[in-house]
Ligand binder design. Structure first.
Ligand code: ZN
Length: 656
């Protein structure tokens, strides 16, 4: 067994661990090095383990994801294969989530789930390493339907699960299954024996990680090959054209993100992984161009991406309707994955800004407060309360019910949430030769081995409820080192105290304040990021919300939900008064305790339009008297937890 598969081998147990430091500005830390000790994300990690994981395993059993594999070696009475052709990947993502969670805390129950699944996979795997329940069930020939078959997509998720399991527990079995499948792919496709690629990227990032973990170069070479051959129409046009598959323009020449949003962003993560190993700057430059275009023109305020239901795709620039948004949860997760790699490559805080925005809004909204219901589609406006999710059954993915369903026919999102929550601590901080960087703020205890010696820190904060972050030095080498703290793009008037002394808190060009000194045990750093309520506007080309504002506080985007408004307030007719009051209202009894925001608003009477066409000559439109109301906003991520509702993030701003 490769020694790097042991948890104490020095390879951090994290999802993305570049093998060389030559092309990364910042080095990731392991789950075991950064412990979330409470707060918003700590509670969620606890809920992920106690509720979401058993809930998901129950559904994976019920829907056949495990039986689809068991039947491959069953000697009698095997049930027919059920579910999506890529149901294996749902199981693999869940196993990856469990593996990362075992890195946080041991659990004999979770280990038993993994052990049983590994035994199933070992038995289902063919002698030559091939493993896919859809093909082995006889539904298709091996690698015969690369555009739609998802064989390599499933393989990629198996590889990621195997690497996670090995990194957190030192156990080699799942990694061995994954490696046999990867070797099968290398034999089939490597050295350009076959110039083709899976329609759904994912294998690229997984193969690079497998190379990182094993040192086997053929995995990196195959990942690079898959990136090289894409973009020349090799996949075919399918129902939506080559752009849907990111197969219209080679990634090195591509300036923006196109097509199916999850595919585009897994691919972005994959070719950034290749860059992090090879240092091919053309790849980094292409990634920076695509990311910049995405953030400037194709990302919602919540961090959601992919506005079109058709093709689950990115739209044109500024095509960001709030009510018709697709905004798949997996696309938001893929955005975080790709953006994290850009942060590691460059050290630029703008990447942490997007990760924070996406996690606290789109991602946080993806799960209900109980931890057993999930959004696939994440609207930022719902005009009318839609029917609630059916009890104990699963809707199609394209359904966007009024509440979060327990599961989906296409169940990619819930296990993706599982693995992201379980590995969340690896996104909070990094290290480099100079010191430690804090990117996202949560209560944590971290241990960072540096050349100068071990640094141990604790972070205390109520973030995002307030913006006070207190860092205590628990252990420090005798040589000086630098503590870097990110100043979010939204923050104004940040203050910093170091060991009782006031320090300048103006961020540098990368977005961080940096304190270099010889630290001693007991030193305290206090960063305060003021969090007044602020109003946010969209780029004027986003026609759908032009003239509107969104309420935000700190990293949290707010929404108006019908449950919280006075009787008779129709959210289709509300306006926010420019210059009006915006009051923070601590609400301990609301949705488990939150900060609501009250705003001066108007409700505009549209009764004059009754019986009228939906348009009128300018100057002749029906008069629309308005009455004053107090509008109540809640954090966007909490909407749809009290039954179906209307909701909106963007609200027209009025001066009258
Ligand atoms: Zn999904």
């Amino acid at each position: 067994m490769n020694t790097s598969t042991t948890p104490n081998s020095g390879v951090p147990a994290a999802p993305c661990v570049p093998r060389t430091s030559d092309h990364m500005a910042l080095a990731p830390l392991a789950i075991s090095q950064v412990e979330i000790t409470g707060g918003f994300w700590g509670r969620w990690q606890d809920r992920n383990r106690s509720v979401t994981m058993p809930h998901s395993m129950k559904w994976l059993e019920r829907d056949g994801a495990l039986d689809n594999l068991r039947r491959l070696f069953a000697t009698d009475g095997a049930p027919a294969r059920r579910g999506m052709r890529f149901s294996d990947s749902d199981l693999y993502k869940a196993l990856e989530g469990i593996a990362w969670d075992l890195g946080r805390q041991p659990s004999s129950e979770l280990e038993a789930i993994l052990d049983e699944a590994v035994q199933v996979l070992e038995k289902a795997q063919l002698d030559d390493g091939y493993l896919n329940s859809w093909v082995q069930a006889g539904e298709a020939e091996r690698f015969a339907d690369l555009p739609h078959g998802h064989e390599m997509y499933c393989a990629g998720h198996l590889i990621q699960a195997g690497v996670a399991h090995a990194r957190t527990t030192g156990r080699p079995e799942l990694l061995a299954v994954a490696r046999r499948l990867a070797d099968n792919l290398v034999r089939e496709f490597g050295d350009r024996r076959r110039v083709d690629v899976d329609g759904h990227p994912e294998i690229e990032t997984a193969l690079v990680e497998l190379y990182r973990h094993t040192g086997e170069r053929s995995y990196l070479d195959l990942a690079t090959q898959f990136i090289d051959v894409r973009g020349y129409g090799v996949i075919g046009k399918g129902d939506f054209g080559s752009a849907y598959f990111q197969d219209e323009v080679p990634v090195r020449e591509q300036d923006t993100v196109v097509g199916h949003s999850v595919r585009a962003l897994y691919l972005l993560a994959g070719f950034l992984d290749v860059y992090l190993e090879t240092g091919e700057t053309v790849l980094l430059e292409a990634a920076e161009r695509q990311w910049s275009s995405m953030v400037a023109e194709k990302t919602y305020l919540t961090g959601a991406v992919g506005s079109r239901f058709e093709g689950e795709a990115f739209g044109d620039p500024f095509e960001l309707p709030p009510d018709l948004i697709y905004g798949e949860t997996c696309a938001g997760i893929a955005s975080v994955m790709a953006t994290w790699r850009l942060l590691l490559a460059t050290g630029e805080g703008k990447y942490a800004d997007l990760i924070e925005r996406t996690l606290h809004n789109l991602f946080a909204a993806s799960t209900n407060t109980a931890g057993d219901g999930f959004f696939y589609v994440n609207p930022v406006q719902r005009r009318q309360p839609w029917a609630p999710a059916p009890e104990d059954t699963k809707p199609l993915r394209s359904d966007a019910p009024g509440t979060r369903p327990a599961w989906f026919d296409c169940a990619c999102c819930p296990p993706n949430i599982m693995r992201t929550v379980a590995s969340l601590s690896t996104y909070l901080a990094t290290a480099d030769a100079a010191g430690v960087q804090l990117h996202l703020y949560a209560p944590t205890a971290m241990t960072v081995p540096m050349n100068q010696g071990t640094v141990r820190l604790t972070v205390e904060t109520e973030y995002p409820t307030d913006g006070v972050v207190t860092v205590r030095v628990q252990e420090a080498p005798e040589q000086p080192w630098t503590l870097s703290l990110r100043i979010p793009a939204w923050a104004r008037g940040a203050t910093l105290e170091v060991a009782g002394e006031h320090h300048e808190a103006i961020p540098d060009a990368l977005g961080y304040v940096r304190v270099e000194r010889t630290w001693t045990v007991g030193d305290v750093v206090r960063l305060e990021l003021p969090m007044p309520v602020r109003l946010t506007v969209a780029h004027p080309a986003v026609d759908a919300v032009r003239g509107s504002v969104a309420i935000e506080r700190g990293p949290v985007t707010y929404c108006l939900e019908s449950h919280d408004q006075a009787d008779g307030v129709d959210l289709d007719h509300v306006e926010l008064v420019s210059g009006g009051a915006l009051r923070v209202v601590p609400s301990d009894d609301l949705l488990g305790g939150t900060l609501a925001i009250e705003a001066d608003g108007l409700v505009r009477d549209d009764s004059g339009w009754a019986g009228h066409a939906g348009w009128a000559t300018l100057g002749e439109e029906p008069t629309a008297p308005a009455r004053k109301v107090t509008l109540t906003a809640i954090p966007y991520y909490l909407w749809a937890n009290r039954g179906p509702s209307a909701m909106r993030v963007w609200v027209p701003l009025t001066t009258s």
